[in-house]
Ligand binder design. Structure first.
Ligand code: PEP
Ligand code: MN
Length: 394
């Protein structure tokens, strides 16, 4: 692993450190330790023909640092009639990839039969796709089929933004004794229009990493971005967030790919993207850096304390106001007042050079908490519906 002095250990989100003490000696942790750099996984969205698979594999081999060759052979498509993968016929092509390039291979499995066939053909690593992780029945069947095989497994996040389902899938596998695990962040489906194919919602993989610090986390910029031009910025962000690897789709003729054409890049282009990535250190041994960082973090601790104290003051005022409204039989919500709060606070933010959209979101949360508190005072009992009842996403 790259060097990282333990500055104030335990005070950061666990994403800053792969917890190697808790990590088993697995395919992924061994690769990470050998390389001292993030794991690189690449290959086509789908195996289409033997020629396409081999051309991709040799192109990737020439890049010199691809650790694992991916290809989908059973493709879960939204609607029937789209290309659904070559199935078992493609498995010998992957055996040829490994024989000719020495790069281990990985495919997606969704059923116990897939597991059996993949293992019968010497596939090295299996992954559970986003459409399977959503379904605990399917995940349990896979966990049962995978138990005792020793094959490394990567678990993509579920399609919907739900960290519990993702965690649940990892737990099912761990309970089945499968410890050779990695998690893949491939983004989440959302209603809101977005520049991404699947919104990254980075806070969710960070949350997963805090719960599973021993499991390497791999970013899938192809399925997050859905577009070639987004691969580099997403991959860079993942590296800056201390991800342990990248999985990127590559095809010798991306425009004519049978699935995910817009997001695939040639092996050559992938090489360019990888060479443009900036690898930064986890930390630095430089004493000046350490001192300055420590000083700034202490100041941040003070600022955070002030924020929480200000919230305590505000909520005490809310409570006082609620008592007063109760005495005077006045309703909780005065819409004009809420609008005034929302507009003035976001204005102040803009003037102080703080992102006004961030402050807008923060005030929506503060307002929800104020309403909850006032409801409690007016109705004299705790509100069971709490925060989430008041609106989607809040
Ligand atoms: C894939 O990796 O090609 C794939 C189908 O991904 P996901 O399960 O993330 O949609
Ligand atoms: Mn794909």
């Amino acid at each position: 692993m790259p060097n990282f002095p333990a500055v104030r250990p335990g005070k950061y989100l666990a994403i800053s450190v792969i917890d190697m003490s808790a990590a088993a000696n697995t395919f992924f942790t061994r690769l990470l330790a050998q390389k001292g750099q993030p794991i690189l996984i690449a290959g086509p969205c789908s195996a289409e023909t033997e020629e396409q698979v081999m051309a991709t594999a040799h192109g990737l081999k020439a890049l010199g640092d691809i650790d694992l060759f991916r290809a989908g052979i059973w493709k879960p498509r939204t609607r029937p009639g789209s290309f659904e993968g070559m199935g078992t016929a493609a498995l010998p092509w992957l055996q040829r990839v490994k024989a000719e390039t020495g790069i281990p291979t990985a495919i997606e499995v969704a059923t116990p039969r897939h597991v059996e066939e993949a293992l019968a053909h010497g596939i090295d690593v299996l992954w559970i796709g986003a459409r399977t992780t959503v379904n605990p029945f399917a995940v349990q069947e896979l966990a049962d089929a995978l138990a005792g095989t020793g094959v490394p497994v990567m678990v993509k996040n579920p399609v919907n933004p739900d960290v519990a389902l993702w965690a649940g899938a990892l737990e099912r596998l761990e309970r089945a004794g499968i410890v050779d695990l990695a998690a893949i962040h491939r983004g989440f489906s959302t209603f809101a229009p977005s520049r991404y194919r699947n919104a990254p919602t980075w806070i969710l993989p960070i949350e997963l990493k805090t719960r599973f610090p021993h499991i390497p986390l791999i970013c899938d910029p192809s399925h997050i971005g859905g577009r070639r031009d987004l691969l580099l910025p997403i991959a860079q962000k993942a590296l800056d967030l201390d991800y342990d690897g990248l999985i990127i789709e590559s095809h010798p003729d991306p425009d004519h790919a049978l699935s995910d054409a817009e997001q695939q890049v040639t092996p050559q282009r992938l090489g360019e993207i990888l060479s443009e990535l900036k690898y930064r250190y986890r930390s630095s041994n430089n004493v000046d850096y350490l001192n300055k960082a420590e000083e700034l973090r202490l100041k941040m601790d003070v600022a955070d304390r002030e924020i929480v104290e200000a919230l305590a003051r505000r909520m005490a005022l809310v409570e006082e106001l609620a008592e007063y409204k109760k005495e005077n039989n006045v309703k909780i919500l005065q819409f004009d007042r809420w609008q005034e709060i929302f507009n003035t606070r976001t204005d102040w933010a803009a003037k102080l050079n703080v992102n006004d959209k961030f402050v807008a979101e923060l005030y929506k949360l503060i307002h929800i908490e104020s309403i909850r508190k006032q409801t409690e005072v007016l109705n004299g009992r705790p509100q069971v519906d709490g925060v989430n009842h008041l609106g989607p996403g809040l």
